[in-house]
Design a protein around this ligand. Structure first.
Ligand code: TEU
Ligand code: CA
Length: 545
């Protein structure tokens, strides 16, 4: 295939460095720790790592607040450690994709330190400043994503600056061409060090027009992405993944359409939002409806059938552990984790595994707010309690859907703190680490790791998994996730029971037939029959020629 790119056949793996592996016992994961675990990742068969930010940072938002884009946070290591990681990963055919956080910097970045002292410097205009309202208050009523107003006043310059997230994360002013050139130059500098691409944090925000109240997918978004492509990305064999909380099937191909000259794919969240309460947000639990979830994923399969590309994921460092949120992290945990993987990895696109997912790690179950570390959870707790919400109810919601659920240390072994650190971890390890860990799971041929390894190999080995068209099956079924992939005369049928009960499935005649078992969570199945009874969370795929 002429137009095939390496990342079409690759599976990605997200490393959240703080919680992955601690090499020196200070309780914080680090780059030498990642290097020491490359064997695990190469065993799994992944093609590239999305590395959450490792740049110099005061860590108000765990590195999503960068104070020096060209250096490494001292708790994570040095630039030399980073070069070593890039080289060691490359030696195992693994690319390193870095996290580009350029909607905002840290308030401790040199640019902002200069910008906040005087209006008469180049850096002042690198940020978004507005005069106070006539009453001295903020220019408008916009609120920040992590709570409080989106504007903070700075005495020295007599102006407010805009921050979409916390006050420690001032938004960069993309309207300023010199600022854009600084960013492009920094990107080229990293690419020249041999990285394999960028995951672009909240990139859909960079074209904003604050005066018009337009933040997401603002008027200049695609103009800037095209400029970035011309200035930095064009002609390099890399992969780019934008993050967008607002992208819809209507706007998806604007980011990743073949002739757009922008990005390769985009993380979109429509299937994720299906699991959130429409008015009360992520901290208010809501029953999960499989039908809406399937519709969201199938809509994107449809959208990317002949143009663009689908970034496939259920979890990341901002989301709960998938086995806990969508399925069962108790009695059926192993089958449930495999089922979610089967369903996602056999779709068309590039699958992303979040660290620990490959062994079925589960949500943290904290009892007290002081066990949490994430500023989003801590700020919302204060706000909600002030509004009269019962603390126990809030903790229940946070145990279901907070960001710290997926940030607990990676569980490597049954040792103390899951073998993550010899010291005290920055965030408590999950109490189930003695039972759920890499050593234990890998020793079991029927384990979750081995299931993931097979799925990753299927994508590399079978054209149909990489390129086949996706056709939903039984889209209105509230319990079954099924589809087929079709390429010329061949098809692969994927069927999964999304529930903890045995389930009878009635398959359309046209997709039934005998073939080869591709993968199975229970007894291998080599045929699709008109009537089948699936065990709780059973999943499998059959290749029919
Ligand atoms: O996340 C973008 C984002 O919008 C999230 O903050 C999201 O609203 C929240 O997680 C939902 O609970 C990216 C990063 O992935 C996240 O870790 C950062 O905190 C954020 O940007 C700011 O850089
Ligand atoms: Ca460390």
């Amino acid at each position: 295939r002429q137009d095939e790119k390496w990342w079409h056949r690759a599976t990605a793996y997200q490393v959240y460095p703080r919680s992955f592996a601690d090499s020196n016992g200070d309780g914080v994961g680090d780059i030498p720790g990642i290097v020491s675990k490359l064997g695990h990742l190469s065993d799994l068969g992944i093609g590239f790592i999305w590395l959450s930010p490792v740049f110099t940072s005061p860590m108000v938002d765990n590195g999503y607040d960068i104070s020096d884009y060209r250096d490494i946070a001292s708790e994570f290591g040095t630039l030399a450690d980073m070069d070593h990681l890039i080289a060691e990963a490359r030696a195992r055919d693994i690319g390193i994709v870095m996290d580009l956080v350029v909607n905002h910097s840290s308030s401790l970045h040199e640019w902002f330190k200069a910008a906040r002292v005087t209006r008469d410097c180049r850096e002042h205009d690198y940020y978004i400043w507005r005069d106070p309202a006539p009453d001295g208050g903020p220019p408008d009523a916009a609120s920040a994503a992590f709570g409080g107003p989106a504007w903070t006043y700075v005495e020295e310059v007599g102006q407010y600056y805009y921050h979409h997230f916390s006050p420690a994360q001032p938004d960069l002013n993309w309207q300023n061409p010199a600022l854009r050139e600084e960013i492009y130059d920094m990107m080229r500098w990293w690419l020249d060090r041999g990285i394999a691409g960028f995951r672009m944090d909240v990139i859909s925000l960079i074209g904003k027009d604050v005066d018009a109240g337009l933040y997401e997918e603002g008027p200049d978004l695609h103009k800037f992405l095209q400029e970035m492509h011309r200035e930095v990305l064009d002609g390099r064999d890399i992969v780019t993944i934008g993050e967008s909380w607002s992208v819809s099937p209507e706007t998806g191909l604007l980011y990743c359409g073949r002739d757009r000259g922008e990005l390769d794919m985009v993380f979109e969240f429509s299937h994720i939002r299906e699991g959130w309460h429409p008015e009360r947000g992520k901290f208010a639990p809501k029953p999960f409806d499989l039908r809406g979830f399937k519709r969201a994923l199938f809509d994107w399969q449809d959208l990317t059938e002949s143009d663009g590309w689908h970034a496939l994921f259920l979890s990341n460092h901002d989301l709960p552990r998938q086995v806990s949120f969508y399925a069962d992290d108790g009695a059926h945990r192993v089958a449930a984790a495999k089922m979610l993987a089967t369903v996602l990895h056999l779709l068309r696109g590039t699958p992303f595994i979040y660290q620990g997912e490959e062994i079925g790690m589960t949500n943290a179950r904290f009892e007290r707010i002081d066990q949490y570390r994430d500023l989003e959870t801590l700020n919302h707790f204060e706000e909600q309690i002030a509004l009269g919400v019962d603390p126990a109810e809030f903790i229940a919601g946070a145990n279901r859907n907070s960001r710290d659920n997926a940030r607990t240390p990676m569980q490597w072994s049954d040792g103390a703190h899951g073998g993550f650190t010899s010291g005290t971890p920055w965030l408590e390890a999950n109490a189930n680490a003695p039972i759920i860990n890499v050593e234990g799971d890998k020793a079991d041929p029927g384990g979750i790791f081995s299931h993931y390894r097979k799925l990753i190999a299927l994508r590399r080995e079978h054209d149909i998994v990489t390129h086949g068209r996706t056709e939903p099956l039984l889209p209105d079924d509230p319990a079954i996730f099924a589809y087929r992939r079709v390429q010329e005369e061949t098809c692969a049928v994927v069927i999964a029971n999304f529930t903890g009960e045995p389930c009878d499935v009635c398959m359309p005649e046209a997709v039934c037939g005998a073939g080869d078992a591709l993968i199975a969570s229970h007894e291998p199945r080599a045929a699709i029959e008109p009537m089948m009874t699936l065990a709780p969370y059973e999943s499998f795929a059959v290749l029919i020629r």
